[in-house]
Design a protein around this ligand. Structure first.
Ligand SMILES: NC(=O)c1ccc[n+]([C@@H]2O[C@H](COP(=O)([O-])OP(=O)(O)OC[C@H]3O[C@@H](n4cnc5c(N)ncnc54)[C@H](OP(=O)(O)O)[C@@H]3O)[C@@H](O)[C@H]2O)c1
Length: 404
């Protein structure tokens, strides 16, 4: 059984004239997903009312967004940046904009604003507590921030169920699966196939010498730095397999990965009668974001249509696990479950930050994650406290492997 939305009753269906409005909070509005989400909101005006926005430190961009969308409340993670934002004295609807700070601020933004829909586009494990707050508040959550599902998938799904909250996937692969599953009985799924572009280093050898600039040059997607590096190591695809396992309630063994460099087929579902359904579109995150924001409706887009006759070929092949050990590590951690994916995610966050700071070579990311995972004794069905403890310990262990 899928655990994502069948029909989120909390949401109004759009009328044909687009007069009914959904109120939306966008967490991480200054990042790649957040900016794309606001482009969708702008393009679909007046269907959405933005009631909350958030950033870590980018208060200049946040201020522009508040002015354009008249957001009455924001959360700024960084205290000093929040102080600078307050100094701007911004108003919305004739009142001072409410400014929340810190992780508690993100939680308050989710709890205290009247957003029916929360789109989470923050990056990393820091999104876990705001996500849990949104689920407790029975919000409909459009989820791009995948790390909480990797580190605490079982707990997140339990919380969604307990509170009757809904999660709609934003990641293009999970959106594709979600779309293929509309109207399908879940016990008829044989397997899902996640497609991966392969990143910039597919078929390339000697990855030790890769520079940060090379790793940040993704061939098809324009994304934030952390997910771009995760895509280059293919850790991102392993994360997505764990994400699919939790979102769609499938065993890890039923989630497979194929390299599809054209990034046109976003994922596929194979059913027990041998039929395979796929979702195709141009690689543009605004499309899955729009689907998540307007679900269960489909609303016309002004973005260019996919022209299959212009795609020279659509190719698929099995990934090379020797070239991309992070994918293997992630799939294995997903199979072990418990706190293993928590440790995988935490060690990876530390290693990717160290690579971006040019303190370790590219290939060291996989070594650090493997060493930290290798020493970890996983706990099954962890509580939130156990997850946070495993996360802390793994970060310390990974940090100890990064040269000063
Ligand atoms: N980008 C994509 O196309 C894409 C596709 C699928 C899934 N995703 C997932 O979506 C999430 C966001 O990715 P992204 O590429 O949009 O990242 P990004 O460009 O780095 O943006 C992250 C956003 O979160 C804020 N932020 C950073 N650290 C934070 C923290 N600890 N707590 C709260 N907010 C924080 C950032 O603020 P600042 O602006 O101040 O840094 C920014 O607003 C990731 O989990 C990623 O895996 C992204």
């Amino acid at each position: 059984m899928t655990r994502v939305a069948e029909q989120p009753s909390a949401l109004k269906t759009f009328d044909r004239e687009g007069k009914s409005q959904r109120s939306v909070v966008i967490l991480g509005s200054t990042g790649s997903i957040g900016v794309n989400a606001l482009e969708v909101v702008r393009a679909l005006a007046p269907r959405f009312r933005v009631v909350g926005l958030s950033t870590d430190r980018n208060v200049n961009r946040l201020a522009e967004q508040v002015r354009e969308f008249s957001a009455p409340a924001v959360a700024v993670l960084d205290q000093e940046a929040a102080h600078r934002f307050r100094g701007l004295g911004l108003q919305a609807y004739g009142r001072p904009v409410e400014v929340y700070t810190g992780v508690e601020g993100l939680i308050r933004l989710v709890r205290e604003t009247e957003g029916e829909l929360v789109l989470s586009g923050v990056v990393g494990a820091g999104g876990l507590k705001p996500l849990l707050a949104a689920l407790k508040g029975r919000k409909v959550v459009a989820l791009a921030n995948k790390e909480p599902l990797v580190m605490a998938g079982e707990l997140v799904i339990q919380e969604a169920r307990r509170h009757g909250a809904t999660i709609i996937p934003v990641d293009s692969e999970h959106s594709a699966i979600f779309q293929c599953l509309q109207g399908a009985r879940r016990d008829t799924i044989r397997r899902v196939i996640l497609t991966a572009s392969g990143g910039p280093f597919y078929r390339r050898s000697h990855l030790e010498q890769i520079t940060v600039q090379e790793a940040l040059a993704h061939p098809t997607w324009k994304m934030g730095k952390k997910i771009t590096i995760d895509s280059a190591t293919l850790m991102n695809k392993g994360f997505e397999a764990i994400e699919a396992h939790h979102l769609f309630g499938l065993p890890m063994e039923s989630v497979e990965v194929l390299i599809h460099p054209q990034s046109i087929v976003h994922s596929l579902v194979e059913f027990i009668d041998g039929a395979v359904l796929a979702q195709l579109s141009r690689p543009d995150m605004r499309l899955p974001i729009q689907y998540a924001l307007t679900y269960p409706d489909r609303v016309e887009t002004t973005l260019p249509a996919l022209r299959l006759e212009e795609a020279k070929a659509l190719t698929f092949e099995a990934p090379d696990f020797r070239q991309f050990p992070c994918l293997q590590l992630a799939l294995e951690a997903g199979r072990v479950g418990g706190t293993s994916p928590t440790v995988l995610n935490a060690a990876n966050e530390v290693a990717v930050a160290a690579f971006l700071a040019e303190r370790i070579p590219f290939t060291q990311i996989a070594h650090i994650v493997a060493r930290v995972l290798g020493r970890h004794v996983p706990r099954p069905h962890p509580t939130l406290e156990e997850i946070l403890e495993a996360d802390r310990e793994a970060r310390d262990a990974a940090q100890a492997l990064v040269p000063c």
